[in-house]
Design a protein around this ligand. Structure first.
Ligand SMILES: [Zn+2]
Length: 290
């Protein structure tokens, strides 16, 4: 029997089953789908460029722009899931900021990630799950702290970050080399982390070879998608602009279209990590979002 005829029979059988079950208890046929308990948004650095057209080719040439940079800590029962680790806490020792990206950016860390976790009475080794949207320095800056967590990473990102040519992808292995020893789940696509639809890693390549975004189902707010660097700010999202330094332009556009479709289907919000105005509207730790 062909695969398609098996699936169509299964579909027919499950439609009948659903109809029978719906007649009894509503939605009993759906998979168990719960939400996370809460999500903390941590301030993990800020940056400024004097020419934002590096992120929007040909548009706003010579115009300066400030970027936010967040980390997100998700509580799911006894588990603590960290999404992104921000800029290195070491930058906090330089209040004048440090230059990055070949001089196109200045970075500051006003509050360390370690101190924000401490305020929540959480030790870095309490983090049970860690995923980075991608391996650029403003997302893996404190990755070496989280050695006890299971790491979720797309295989193309793993190969680029831990392979011999990391520098070609603008990755700095010193920031994350301790993750080599973590329990690691290599992905080639999406991953429902807890098997209940509450936290789903979404494959969104383009900015880097194995870039990923995160879908989080919150008990009151509903579904939020954390962008990573799938897009950097709202104007680029509306106009589907791709930064000149992205790894692959076609993949970048396809990833944006994919997320746009998902946002509609899930009635979800897109939280754009580096959009400072948007980030300012989100409560920060020790406050949290439910
Ligand atoms: Zn970034």
């Amino acid at each position: 029997m062909s695969y398609s005829s098996v699936t169509s029979i299964c579909r027919f059988a499950s439609t009948v089953m659903s109809a029978v079950i719906l007649a009894g208890a509503a939605y009993a046929a759906d998979p168990p789908r719960r939400t996370v308990d809460r999500m903390y948004v941590l301030e993990c650095g800020e940056s400024k460029t004097n020419d934002v057209s590096n992120w929007s080719p040909g548009v706003n040439v010579g115009v300066s722009r400030e970027f936010s940079d967040n980390c997100y800590l998700i509580k799911h029962g006894e588990s603590l899931f960290l999404w992104d680790s921000g800029m290195s806490d070491a930058i906090a020792a330089k209040p004048e900021g440090v230059s990055a990206g070949g001089g196109i950016l200045t970075l500051w860390v006003r509050k360390t990630l370690a101190s924000q976790l401490q305020q929540l009475s959480i030790a870095p080794t309490d983090i049970t799950h860690v995923a980075l949207s991608h391996f650029h320095g403003d997302h893996v800056g404190n990755a070496n702290l989280f050695t006890a967590a299971t790491l979720y990473i797309q295989e193309p990102e793993y190969d680029a970050a831990f392979g011999p040519d990391a520098a070609k992808f603008n990755f700095g292995p010193a920031l994350y080399e301790k993750l080599r020893g973590n329990p690691t789940v290599k992905l080639n696509g999406d991953k429902d982390v807890f098997g209940d639809g509450s936290v789903v890693i979404l494959s969104t390549p383009g900015h880097t070879p194995g870039h990923q975004s995160l879908q989080v189902r919150l008990p009151k707010r509903g579904v939020v998608v954390l962008s990573g660097d799938m897009v950097h700010f709202e104007d680029n999202w509306i106009n589907r602009r791709v930064p000149a330094r992205n790894f692959n332009k076609e993949q970048s556009v396809a990833s944006m279209e994919r997320i746009a479709t998902l946002l509609t289907a899930e009635h979800a919000e897109l939280w754009i990590n580096h959009d400072k105005a948007q980030s300012a509207r989100v409560p920060k730790a020790p406050d949290y979002v439910e």
